[in-house]
Design a protein around this ligand. Structure first.
Ligand SMILES: *Cc1c(COP(=O)(O)O)cnc(C)c1O
Length: 363
């Protein structure tokens, strides 16, 4: 058998360590997992009710187009239901964009470093990946625009950026968009948008309204707290959505995930509480890091990338022995070898992490 040649240098996604795995390997009962940017408060209780109410439909195929959710989101955004496409997580929307827009030999522009799935899916399609270094941990928009050629089809912008947590402002984005040619699809991955509190964080709605070549990705996996349901979406001009719909698997999201998403979307109070607690607890992390002289990137998300000043692999291992899981910068998905990426957990979990960190680093 002869697989696509480009698969030879691609690796299988390495997820963060699971709680069960660490519990077994280190014999520790109480595990603190701050590695995958999950919502530490779970999800809205209304999600549970909605999912239970839907269990009698398990034998039915879902509405693959997610019509009810599309209408709920249309009302939420003040846009049309034809402007939404759903994926099994926004990861799936990334895959569909690559499948729909990238051919072998096409070019695609992204940051170095950013969310690894853009690169991975572009490579699967045989596209050439042009990576533009971050500047002080932030997307270098001028350099990214300068990297566009007639062969460029897709430009990826992760905002806030994973793994740095940094963001680019609305004005900077609008300026960049005015310099990007119409033949380039600009993807704004806003997986952490609901956490952003900065007044200059982009207004995605106005960008979608004003630019026919922009798509914004959102997910229910992070602030909405239903990562296990696997549902996210793209919002764009209807012509882009129609293109992506052609490559979407007919039943890529389940009915359970769709009703869970509708319920999550409606509980605005839960979301607001999560955002407020996230901002307050993240501030306590910054205060501690500053007191130890550990530089940390300014985050608008629910994680912080902090420089621990030594090999992240060792620091992660020492934290694991204390039952604390974080994402190390030595991993392929982060690539900041002396940093660790720490999810903003509950007050209790973050205090456990902050108590352990000075014991495991030299400083
Ligand atoms: C978590 C994450 C996603 C997607 O998560 P899904 O669970 O697939 O929706 C997308 N982009 C970034 C930057 C993320 O961190």
């Amino acid at each position: 058998m002869i697989p696509k040649p480009q698969l030879a240098d691609l690796s299988v996604y390495q997820p963060g360590l699971s709680i069960a795995h660490v519990r077994e390997r280190y014999g520790i009962d109480r595990i603190v997992k701050l590695a995958s940017n999950e919502n530490p408060y779970g999800c809205s209780p209304r999600v549970r009710e909605a999912v239970i109410a839907h269990l009698d439909e398990m034998h039915r195929y879902p509405d693959g187009a997610g019509t009810v959710l599309a209408h709920a989101l249309a009302a939420h955004w003040g846009l049309d239901a034809s402007q939404f496409v759903f994926g099994a997580g926004s990861d799936d929307v990334v895959l569909m964009i690559a499948r729909a827009y990238l051919r072998p030999g096409d070019e695609t522009v992204m940051a170095d470093r950013t969310f690894p799935q853009y690169r991975h899916n572009a490579r699967v399609e045989g596209a050439s990946v042009i990576e533009v270094p971050l500047r002080d941990g932030v997307h270098d928009l001028d350099a990214m625009v300068a990297a566009i050629t007639p062969q460029t089809r897709v430009l990826w912008l992760c905002n806030p950026n994973n793994p740095t947590g940094t963001f680019v402002s609305h004005d900077a984005l609008v300026r960049a968009l005015s310099a990007i040619p119409e033949h380039v699809l600009v993807v704004f991955d806003e997986a952490y948008a609901e956490y952003a509190t900065h007044p200059e964080y982009p207004d995605a709605r106005s960008i979608v309204m004003q630019h026919d070549n922009a798509i914004v990705l959102r997910t229910f996996s992070k602030a909405y707290g239903i990562a296990n349901a696997r549902i996210g979406y793209g919002v764009a001009h209807a012509s882009i959505i129609q293109t992506i719909e052609r490559v979407r698997e007919p039943f890529n999201t389940s009915g359970l995930s769709q009703v869970a998403a509708v319920a999550a979307l409606r509980d605005t109070a839960f979301l607001e509480q999560c955002r407020t607690k996230n901002a307050a607890i993240m501030q306590t992390m910054y205060d501690q890091f500053a007191s130890w002289g550990c530089a940390a990137f300014p985050s608008q998300a629910n994680f912080v990338l902090v420089d621990v000043g030594e090999d992240a692999r060792d620091v992660c291992e020492r934290l694991l022995k204390r039952g604390i899981i974080v994402r190390g910068g030595h991993t392929a998905s982060v690539r900041y070898p002396t940093h660790i990426r720490v999810t903003v957990g509950t007050e209790h979990d973050v205090q456990a992490f902050l108590a352990a960190l000075p014991e495991v680093i030299r400083r």
